[in-house]
Every structure is written in structure tokens, then in C-alpha cells.
Design a protein around this ligand. Structure first.
Ligand SMILES: NC(=O)C1=CN([C@@H]2O[C@H](COP(=O)(O)OP(=O)(O)OC[C@H]3O[C@@H](n4cnc5c(N)ncnc54)[C@H](O)[C@@H]3O)[C@@H](O)[C@H]2O)[C@@H](O)CC1
Ligand SMILES: Nc1ncnc2c1ncn2[C@@H]1O[C@H](COP(=O)(O)OP(=O)(O)O)[C@@H](O)[C@H]1O
Ligand SMILES: [K+]
Length: 493
């Protein structure tokens, strides 16, 4: 699913109005109806509602929503901020059609009490940070104790650039029209956006398909289209021969998690290179995997490369100087795409000359702290972090998966894919090792690095969602993700 800029969204609205054709008023009716449909599925009609409306089209949506909820017997009051006479045409038409109580915002008075506030002050038309009476109103909303649902955007938040200042509505939920906004993908906006949803309002698919963008939101149907069909006469040789290099004394578990996840993700053959201390642990925990034993008892001192079509390095690897040397020697000779995670990334960050040896189209999987080390610098805000991620991907000619909620997958060509699966129950040690195992397994099966990254990240998050469903986000642990990989695949296939 494309993530479009505000400018593109404005053109998309205009194109739909002209070419469907549909009047702008009827499009607003459609949008408001879609919001109301979502709203009534969440909120019972015994709750009191306050709609807070600006005088642009977002405010127009708010007034239409107020009318529709009133017709459905909800107790609705409306507060309007701004000069009604200079409101947009559709705002004015909706105001005429409204029969509920309407108040004008008075910054000296308190807002009428309500269980739920519907925020329709500003949407995508925000042109500068909210201030003055708008800031006062936003503060009153945030301090009202009511639950807040925002129409299209939390008022005061920019959709595709960082918002300086803090006069932004803190919504519990945001219902956005047709496509998600870039801001929804970034951690710093979560406190404002809350849980977001998109509702289909029939904007022109033709126009959307013709727009250029570098940002995408990964959908299940897209992931499904990437999956290769398996065949009756498949043999293990066709499903790849992958190697995981990792583990050190006290961290053999990381290699075990990666190995088990790889085995559940379809690879034909799997070998794990571990220090000697890891041999029996691995052979017992994952008997389907073969092991190669390092000369050293407790750490990796050399890395083999023979005969594998995908290699992952990092889980539990440690950063001992012997291991640093081993990684350096390996990278000097190896040219095929790698999966690099955890301590492999930390070694690269501490030995920056090695970064130049990363093979093209490798997949690097840093969490934010590892990413900061890799970059060698910090960022002012999440939009800047995204720009830096894109730059580093281009520079390394590799894919970077910056992990977290809505993990972002940046490609060397500048495209970024944001994940749609996963949950906070995955924020536990070992979840990343599971991802690494899945990635090397999928890469080994002959997928391109891009497809492997998208598939792996989506399925990993989906396994997490199934685990949360069954076990709850507190009790689930990283090893549980592996048990739900089959359900993640079944759901997609
Ligand atoms: N026909 C359409 O174009 C559709 C638009 N829709 C709604 O329309 C919204 C966009 O509407 P608009 O473009 O009218 O913009 P908004 O309603 O988001 O707000 C813009 C208005 O507020 C003013 N403004 C912006 N920043 C301000 C600030 N910091 N302080 C004070 N005033 C400020 C602008 O000058 C303008 O009058 C969408 O978010 C969506 O809710 C939907 O109804 C779907 C269809
Ligand atoms: N709040 C969250 N929502 C969705 N996914 C998450 C969340 N927190 C963590 N994850 C996922 O869990 C994994 C954690 O990886 P990582 O931090 O490397 O863990 P570890 O190094 O302990 O294995 C990543 O894939 C990340 O995207
Ligand atoms: K809004």
C-alpha cells in the first residue's frame, strides 16, 4: 500500500472528485459515513459525544459525523473553533444541515463534558503548528479525561514531516481516509496518533497507482504475491542450504533460536557454526540442523563459507577480538548477500573499515541502538532517522531492517517498506534472533534480498500476533514466536 505525501493526497481527492465524478460534498459524506461506521462498532450510544470542529474540510467531516451520530441517537454536542463565515463550502453546507447543539469555542470557558471527543479541528490541511486559541483548545481536549478519536489526523500533527511544538491532540485512535500517513509509522508520533485505522472511501485507485512514492505499507496480499509455490517433486536441494554463524559461551541460546526459526521457515538444509561448547546444546535443541564446530571452545574464531547459498552471522556471536578478526577475514573473501545481525553489527560499528566489505544486497537487521552505532551518529527526530536509514542503505548498497513497531525496510534504491504486523509482546530478548533465522532460511530458498526481507519481517510479526492472541503479550516469549510461524504461513498461503 502506498504512503502518499499530503500534496499527493490533496491531488487524489481532487482527481476523484473530477473523474469519478462525485461532488466534494458527497465525498465528504462518504468519508464521514466510513468514520461513523467504525465509530459505532466501538462506542455504544449511551456514551456522550463532543465533536470539536475547525472550519476547513476536516471540520466539515466533523459536522457530518455529528449529524450522522445524532441520527443514530447518540447524545452529540458540537464546539466550533474559527470563523464560521470563512469556512470551506462543505463546512458551511454541513453546518446548515446540523440540528444538534453548537457552541463556539471560548477559551475562557470549559469544554462541555463528554465521554468521547471526536477531534476534527485540522486534518491534512495543517499548514503551521497550532498556537493561540487552537493550542488552548488542544490542551483542553488532552486534559479533559475523555477518550479521543481523531478524524484523519490528530489535530496539530503534520502528516509527513516532524512537528515542532507540542500542541497536538493525543488521540486514543485515529481513523484515516484510504491510505495511512507517514507519521503513523514512526515511534515519536504514537502518543498522538494512538491506534490508527484506515477506512476505504473509494478514492481513485487509478490515481494512486500512478503516483510515485518511496514509502510503502506492507499488506498481507502483497506478501502473498511474493510467496513461491511449492511443488510435488520438490527436493531438499531446491529449498536451499543455509548457514547460521553465532553463539558464544552463555549465548548459545541465540543461535538455537535462530536455527529453530530457520527450520520452521522452509529451508532445505541448515548448518549452524558454533563454538565447541554449543555442539550438544544445538544438536539436542534442533536435531534437524547440522553443526560445524569452531576450533575454539567458547567463541567463534573462523567463519566457513563453502557451499551455502545463504549465510547469517551474528546471533550470540560476541565481540571478542578473535571473532572480530574472523569476521574481517570472512568478509574479505565473501561476496554473496549476507544476513548480518546483533554482534556482527556491533563489530562492524566498532571496526568501520569492515563496513566497506559488506557484500551488496546484504540484509542488516539493527534495532535502534545498533542502528545508532552503525551510523556513528544520532538523529533529531524520527523523520531524520528515516532519512539517515535511506542514506545508509544507499551507501552500503544493502537492505536495512530497522526493527521496532512498524519495522522499516530500506532498499538501496531509496524505497522503504513499513511492516504492518507485530506487537509489543515481541519486545523481549531473542525476538531478533528468531527474525535472523527466518531471513536466512527464506534467502536460502532463492528469494531476492528484498523479497526475503519483506517476507521475513511480515511473517515474523504475524507469528508474534498469533502468539499474542494465544498467550498474551506479557507471557509470550521469543521462543514462542517459532511455534507460531506455521500459522503465519498458513494465514498468508
Ligand atoms: N474533498 C476532500 O478534499 C476531502 C477532504 N477530507 C477532509 O478534509 C481534510 C483536509 O481539509 P482542508 O484541506 O480543508 O484542511 P483542514 O480542514 O485540515 O484544515 C485546514 C484549515 O485550517 C487552516 N489552518 C491550517 N493550519 C492552521 C493553524 N496552525 N492554525 C489555524 N488555522 C490553520 C487552514 O488555513 C485551513 O483553513 C482531510 O484531513 C479530511 O479530513 C475528507 O472529507 C475526504 C474528502
Ligand atoms: N513494540 C513492538 N511492536 C512490534 N514489533 C516489535 C516491538 N518490539 C519489538 N518488536 C520486534 O521484535 C524484534 C526484536 O528484535 P531485537 O531487538 O533485535 O531483539 P533481540 O536482539 O533480543 O533478539 C524485532 O523484529 C522487532 O521488530
Ligand atoms: K483531526
Amino acid at each position: 500500500m502506498k504512503i502518499l505525501s499530503v500534496e499527493n493526497i490533496r491531488d487524489l481527492d481532487a482527481y476523484t472528485i473530477e473523474h469519478e465524478p462525485i461532488s466534494s460534498f458527497d465525498l465528504m459524506e462518504r468519508a464521514s459515513k466510513a468514520f461513523v461506521q467504525w465509530f459505532v462498532s466501538k462506542v455504544t450510544s449511551d456514551k456522550s459525544i463532543l465533536v470539536v470542529a475547525g472550519t476547513g474540510n476536516n471540520g466539515g467531516d466533523g459536522l457530518a459525523v455529528a449529524r450522522m451520530l445524532h441520527d443514530k441517537k447518540y447524545q452529540v454536542k458540537v464546539v466550533i473553533i474559527g470563523n464560521k463565515d470563512s469556512g470551506s463550502d462543505d463546512f458551511k453546507t454541513n453546518l446548515k444541515r446540523l440540528s444538534t447543539q453548537v457552541f463556539e469555542f471560548d477559551s475562557e470557558a470549559k469544554l462541555p463534558k463528554a465521554d468521547i471527543i471526536i477531534d476534527a479541528i485540522f486534518g491534512s490541511g495543517l499548514s503551521r503548528p497550532a498556537e493561540g486559541k487552537y493550542a488552548i483548545l488542544i490542551e483542553q481536549i488532552n486534559e479533559s479525561g475523555a477518550e479521543v478519536a481523531s478524524i484523519d489526523m490528530p489535530s496539530g500533527l503534520f502528516a509527513d514531516r516532524t512537528t515542532e511544538g507540542k500542541s497536538i491532540v493525543r488521540a486514543n485512535a485515529t481513523v484515516s481516509f484510504q491510505l495511512p500517513k507517514l507519521a503513523f509509522m514512526l515511534p515519536e508520533t504514537y502518543e498522538y496518533v494512538g491506534n490508527w485505522h484506515t477506512v476505504d472511501i473509494g478514492l481513485s485507485q487509478k490515481f494512486i497507482s500512478e503516483q510515485e512514492t518511496s514509502n510503502y505499507y506492507i499488506t498481507a496480499s502483497f506478501v502473498k504475491s511474493l510467496i513461491k509455490q511449492t511443488g510435488k517433486f520438490d527436493h531438499k536441494g531446491m529449498n536451499g542450504n543455509a548457514l547460521i554463524v553465532g553463539g558464544s559461551l552463555g549465548k548459545i541460546g541465540a543461535a538455537v533460536l535462530a536455527a529453530k526459526a530457520a527450520l520452521r521457515s522452509g529451508v532445505g538444509l541448515l548448518t549452524v557454526q558454533v563454538p565447541r561448547v554449543g555442539n550438544s546444546i544445538l544438536q539436542v535443541a534442533a536435531p534437524e540442523a547440522m553443526t560445524i564446530l569452531d576450533d575454539q571452545e567458547n567463541l567463534i574464531s573462523s567463519i566457513t563459507s563453502d557451499g551455502y547459498n545463504a549465510i547469517a552471522i551474528g546471533p550470540g556471536l560476541g565481540t571478542d577480538s578473535t571473532t572480530v578478526k574472523a569476521l574481517g577475514n570472512f568478509l574479505t573473501d565473501y561476496q554473496k548477500p549476507l544476513v548480518l545481525d546483533a554482534d556482527a553489527l556491533n563489530i562492524l560499528s566498532d571496526n568501520r573499515v569492515l563496513m566497506e566489505l559488506i557484500p551488496e544486497n546484504s540484509i542488516l537487521t539493527p534495532h535502534p541502538k545498533e542502528f545508532k552505532r552503525l551510523l556513528g551518529e544520532s538523529w533529531q527526530n524520527d523523520f531524520e532517522r528515516l532519512d539517515k536509514q535511506k542514506e545508509l542503505s544507499k551507501k552500503l548498497k544493502s537492505i536495512i531492517i530497522l526493527k521496532g513497531a512498524h519495522s522499516s525496510i530500506s532498499l538501496p534504491n531509496g524505497e522503504v517498506y513499513f511492516n504492518s504486523t507485530g506487537n509489543e509482546g515481541m519486545a523481549k530478548g531473542g525476538s531478533g534472533d528468531v527474525l535472523t533465522g527466518m531471513l536466512v532460511s527464506i534467502l536460502g530458498q532463492g528469494y531476492s534480498s528484498r523479497d526475503a526481507a519483506i517476507l521475513g519481517v511480515f511473517l515474523h510479526g504475524s507469528a508474534g500476533d498469533f502468539a499474542k492472541n494465544q498467550l498474551g503479550s506479557i507471557a509470550m516469549k521469543s521462543g514462542d514466536l517459532i511455534n507460531f510461524i506455521p500459522e503465519a504461513y498458513a494465514h498468508i498461503c
